[in-house]
Ligand binder design. Structure first.
Ligand code: DLL
Length: 431
């Protein structure tokens, strides 16, 4: 454990700490940010009315559009001369979501990433290869400062030039890999292409996040790279990576509750759901200075688990993210998440772990096509064999998800590889 005092803090003490920090944050935003003042005023609430952690539920939510509407600095609580870093979220359309950090925010972030990397097998003995993108994306620099904080030897390689990455990992004796799960797969594939095996490297573990990935994908990555793969979660609006992380139990991701208060809501009604329910994760930051977020709707779907963890950390765990509310494809009324299709494909184990969903509309009917790569050998096999497998996958998807899909087995390496977040869905309906 990186910080036993906080990570293993008794839950009653934690609640007291959270309440104090939450009060300060609420007072801070009410005093300094016109948006929050009018949002609280709109329901006739003042920070003084929030007398318990549960009372937080009375306050309005904050959403991504609120950041955009107040672009660039409207939600900041400090003058720019106190802001020492800017990042931006990876959204593909419209106005970017800009986030800022004070010196103290950066220290907290490094602390959270130190916890994350320690839980993922890192220490001062590690050689940490950071292939998350450096730049406005929070992945690279976020992991970087955490890795330096634990005293590891940091290789800030960023994304791209995958063969060179593999060579560096081999030459430098890298022990811990930090990148997206899809890039980890690409690296594994490149290792094989270079006629190397995991035994030629010293990799022991990896901390993978920034996109959803299934348990089955974990097994594939662990098997191909011969490592322990840990899931790490975060989002720019809250701080970046470091919001939650898996420990050796790998049964949920611990949320650093000394800095964040999580809730689960019904994304349709906004109602707070009881413990153990699956729904949209909402986070309130309680220590952020430059850009505190009150009840921020992440759009990510998960469940919270307050049961004690064998690792000794007392922080609540969230399940692996199963998807985003805006990731969900609705095919003729059936809700489908790309990660569900991923699970089915990898569970069957007869294809490669590379797939893409293509959604279209013919007339007024939505169609779903699933492209899946198969091995070289299978592809050059008899056509009949491919047809049988396509049928099998179609039936499995129909049975388990209740949606009929057209399956197309494609040649190895024909689906684009990603160095960052993989694009799993192509929705032609909006093009
Ligand atoms: O992706 C921060 C990050 C960097 C997390 C590196 C982990 C590792 P954004 O670009 O703002 O920030 O995207 C945030 O990515 O709301 C989720 O939908 C998704 N996401 C992040 N981590 C995970 C994960 C970074 N472990 C959005 N599993 C979030 C599933 C994830 N989805």
């Amino acid at each position: 454990m990186w910080n036993r005092k906080y990570e293993a803090m008794d839950r009653e003490k934690m609640a007291t700490l959270q309440f104090l920090r939450m009060k300060q944050s609420l007072e801070r935003v009410y005093r300094l940010v016109p948006f929050y003042r009018s949002s609280f005023d709109s329901i006739g609430a003042e920070p003084g009315d929030i007398r318990s952690l549960l009372d937080l539920q009375k306050l309005p939510f904050t959403i991504k559009n609120d950041l955009r509407d107040n672009y660039p600095y409207g939600l900041f609580t400090v003058d720019l001369n106190e802001v020492v870093r800017i990042h931006s979220s990876s959204g593909t359309t419209g106005i970017p979501t800009l986030v800022g950090y004070t010196k103290n925010d950066l220290d907290v972030w490094a602390e959270l990433m130190a916890r994350t990397l320690t839980a993922g097998g890192g220490s001062s003995d590690s050689v940490v290869h950071i292939a998350y993108g450096y730049g406005l994306f929070t992945g690279g620099l976020g992991a970087h400062y955490g890795a330096e904080k634990i005293g590891a030897t940091v290789v800030p390689i960023s994304g791209g030039q995958t063969r060179r990455q593999v060579k560096m990992m081999k030459d430098l004796g890298t022990t811990l890999l930090a990148c997206t799960p899809s890039y980890a797969l690409y690296i594994a594939e490149t290792i094989a292409e270079m006629d190397l095996t995991p035994a030629d490297l010293k990799l022991q573990s990896g901390v993978f996040g920034a996109e959803p990935w299934s348990e089955n994908m974990r097994s594939v990555i662990e098997d191909k790279l011969q490592i322990d793969a840990f899931d790490i979660y975060g989002l720019s609006e809250i701080i970046g990576p470091g919001v939650s992380y898996e420990c050796s139990a790998r049964a949920g991701l611990h949320i650093s509750e000394d800095h964040f208060i999580p809730e689960i809501i019904d994304s349709a009604t906004g109602e707070v759901l009881p413990e153990g329910s699956k729904g949209e994760l909402v986070i309130t930051t309680i220590s952020k200075e430059a850009l505190p977020m009150i009840r921020y709707r992440t759009r990510d779907i998960t469940t919270l688990n307050y049961a004690p963890c064998p690792c000794g950390r007392n922080h609540v765990r969230m399940d692996k993210i199963s998807g985003r509310t805006d990731d969900m494809i609705i095919i003729r009324g059936v809700n489908v998440f790309p990660s569900q299709v991923e699970s089915i494909l990898l569970e069957m184990g007869e294809t490669e772990p590379h797939y893409q969903l293509v959604v279209d509309r013919i007339g007024s009917l939505d169609t779903l096509q699933v492209l899946v790569e198969v091995s070289e050998q299978m592809f050059s096999d008899h056509v009949r064999g491919l047809e049988i497998l396509e049928n099998k996958i179609r039936l499995e998807i129909d049975n388990l998800l209740g949606v009929s899909a057209d399956i197309k087995l494609v040649e190895p390496k024909s689906i684009p590889r990603s160095e960052g977040k993989a694009q799993r869905v192509i929705d032609k309906r909006t093009l």
